[in-house]
Write a protein that binds this ligand. Structure first.
Ligand code: IMP
Ligand code: MG
Length: 179
């Protein structure tokens, strides 16, 4: 693993592909055990989660469905402020166990917004599976049920995560170089 430069920033190797896949397998094992009878719908939050979701779901062996969503934020009227909308969902999710698949949970703002949107659709239960969690940054109360790895409050790229659109295709995770 070499240093990589994306635009104006340099990143150094942080988590190897082997370590990533090992922790993804452990997570899949837990999910297989916990949700075997729930016929869960995995909701993969694009763009960042595509690579994690592919690896995770290859190891998930219980009956399930998989769908992909995007969150779009726009400024509503002055009274509503920023509105977040969930796009891409075509499945009926009322009464179902939904597993949100995230690449990273940082402050938890994104997760909270999504959780509110799903709750409005009367799902049976929401489970959250994230590859990375930054515990020092996480300020919300929503339970994060499955965590691949906890990391400090540093900026990382690779394995789906980007810096200004770049770096998503790298199979290892890199961290911003400390100067
Ligand atoms: P939130 O703060 O939990 O709402 O996270 C918002 C979004 O910020 C995530 O879904 C990621 O797209 C992005 N993000 C947070 N931390 C990182 C990071 O270290 N690298 C790349 N993207 C990040
Ligand atoms: Mg994301």
């Amino acid at each position: 693993m070499q240093h990589v430069t994306l635009k104006d920033k340099t990143f150094v190797p942080y988590i190897t592909s082997d370590k990533i896949l090992e922790s993804v397998k452990q997570m899949a094992k837990k999910i297989n055990a916990d949700l075997a009878d729930d016929m869960p719908l995995f909701l993969v939050v694009l763009n960042g989660s595509f690579m994690f979701a592919a690896d995770l779901l290859k190891e998930v062996t219980i009956p399930c469905e998989i769908s992909f969503i995007k969150l779009a934020s726009y400024h509503g009227t002055s009274s509503t402020g920023t509105v977040t909308e969930m796009i891409g969902l075509t499945e009926e999710i009322k009464g179902r166990t939904v597993v949100v698949v995230e690449d990273i949970v940082d402050t938890g703002i994104t997760l909270e917004k999504l959780s509110i949107l799903l709750t409005k659709k009367e799902v049976k239960q929401i489970k959250v599976a994230t590859f990375l969690l930054k515990p020092e940054a996480y300020k919300k109360t929503i339970a994060v049920d499955y965590v691949g790895m906890e990391i400090p409050n540093d900026f990382v790229v690779g394995y789906g995560l980007d810096y200004d659109g770049l770096g998503r295709n790298m199979k290892e995770i890199y961290v911003l170089e400390q100067k």
